[in-house]
Design a protein around this ligand. Structure first.
Ligand SMILES: Nc1ncnc2c1ncn2[C@@H]1O[C@H](COP(=O)(O)OP(=O)(O)OP(=O)(O)O)[C@@H](O)[C@H]1O
Ligand SMILES: O=C(O)[C@@H](O)C(=O)CO
Length: 422
């Protein structure tokens, strides 16, 4: 068995495919495992991304799951570990970015690591330690109102320090601009000052590519997906179309969406305005006991033979709040996720082999409903979202599947996705 070059631990499912996508584009062959695999790796790949759902669970549980993933990756011979979190640094005041980072450092006897969510391809940039989402600071981007991980402070040194016992410092843009040797020098200086984790500025892919060589000997790297573009070169790998080759796609095409982000709302509207076949799922009818999944599948069955179909619960903030007010936030979420996941499975049972899923939680529910354990990463649709290929437990059938983070993708994403597969 070939040795794994890079072993990755991601704190959610769509974030894991985002990271895998950047590694593939930089030349690595990558699989994504859903949870920590029970058996040794049996694929010829350069990197494995273990997808956890550890972003908002209790810190002790996030640490336990991350260390279990670390042990599995080490058993496969991983030469370097990458802890992937969100490009908007989603965390609660307690973590889990800080606690998991420190636990991994401890386990790896790693004296120094970096932390940067910068992902310029998706307009996440870090300057002087401050995180920008698009044109505005993180705390003005809408993230200050996130229901689970409200981000009210854009200063990442402060945010991470509040979650860590180790000292957190900054490698600022003036250093990164001077290249890898300057970064290495700054790391030595910071270590002399007792700092063991540094937020790193990056406002462009060039910054991330300059940073890459300085990370070659670090046992642990922690970041969003952006830093990944600079790592494969450290292992002598270069971008190649081979790394993203997937089996030829066939079968019927569908989109299921449980994401209520602004981007997904625009994508649903765009699909409908182009004349796409679309059906809205009403959470209140699910709550009233109607078999909404069966209805949706009956609607989709004839249409999907001729064209891609979209089944969505996507709604604007006001409508979501009203449903949550009636059903409760968690209950509404869980009910809609179960329904969308049942529809995804039903669609695959009816011949869909190219499936787009929108929303992080929704993706988790769909991947689990389809019994997917491992995904091979293919070509990018839009930054952060690749097509993947996976075996399901629906008669062992394979599907091409794309898991879209709520905020990612252009307005035409649901149309463009299928043109990428050809
Ligand atoms: N119409 C609706 N009313 C209430 N809740 C909904 C509705 N539609 C979807 N939901 C729930 O909202 C949540 C959406 O979360 P999900 O993670 O899937 O999307 P997202 O937050 O846009 O994506 P990401 O986490 O990738 O940013 C899910 O729990 C889903 O079931
Ligand atoms: O980094 C991001 O923004 C995404 O990969 C993500 O983690 C969404 O949940």
């Amino acid at each position: 068995m070939a040795k794994l070059l890079l072993g990755c631990i991601a704190d959610d499912f769509t974030g894991a495919t985002d990271l895998a996508n950047n590694l593939v584009r930089a030349g690595m062959r990558v699989v994504q495992a859903i949870g920590v695999p029970a058996t040794p790796l049996d694929a010829e790949v350069d990197a494995v991304v273990v997808a956890l759902k550890s972003r908002t669970i209790a810190p002790a549980e996030a640490i336990a799951q991350s260390l279990e993933a670390l042990r599995w990756l080490q058993a496969q011979g991983a030469q370097q570990i990458y802890f992937k979190y969100c490009s908007t640094f989603d965390s609660t005041p307690q973590g889990n970015i800080g606690p998991v980072t420190e636990a991994l450092m401890e386990a790896l006897k790693c004296g120094f690591t970096i932390a940067t969510p910068a992902f310029p391809d998706n307009k996440r940039t870090v300057f002087k330690g401050y995180l920008f989402a698009g044109e505005v600071l993180l705390n003005e981007s809408g993230m200050q109102n996130h229901p689970l991980t409200p981000m009210t402070d854009p200063n990442l040194v402060r945010v991470l320090q509040a979650q860590c016992t180790r000292k957190v410092g900054l490698i600022d843009h003036a250093v990164v601009a001077r290249g890898a040797a300057a970064v290495t020098e700054r790391i030595e200086q910071l270590q002399g000052e007792g700092v063991s984790i540094a937020i790193v500025d990056a406002v462009s892919n060039d910054d991330l590519l300059r940073l890459g060589p300085a990370l070659a000997k670090m046992p642990l790297v922690t970041a969003g997906s952006g830093v990944a573009i600079g790592l494969p070169a450290n292992f002598g790998l270069a971008p190649s179309s081979q790394a993203s080759a997937l089996p030829t796609a066939g079968g019927l095409r569908a989109v299921v969406s449980g994401s209520c982000s602004l981007a997904t709302n625009r994508q649903v509207l765009d699909f409908i305005q182009r004349g796409g076949a679309a059906l809205a799922v009403d959470p209140l009818r699910i709550a009233a006991g109607v078999d909404v999944a069966a209805e949706a599948l009956a609607w989709a069955a004839p249409l999907v033979q001729k064209q891609p179909v979209l089944v969505y619960s996507t709604a604007e903030a006001g409508a979501v709040k009203s449903v949550q007010g009636k059903l409760g936030v968690e209950e509404a979420g869980a009910m809609v996720e179960r329904t969308i996941a049942a529809i995804a499975r039903g669609l695959v049972e009816r011949g869909v082999r190219q499936l787009v899923v929108a929303g992080g939680e929704t993706s988790g529910a769909c991947v689990q409903a389809l019994g997917i354990a491992q995904m091979q990463i293919g070509p990018q649709i839009d930054p952060g979202v690749p097509w993947c290929h996976a075996r399901t437990d629906v008669e062992g059938l394979p599907v091409h599947i794309a898991l879209k983070s709520g905020n990612f993708g252009g307005d035409d994403f649901f149309t463009k996705a299928f043109t990428v597969l050809g």
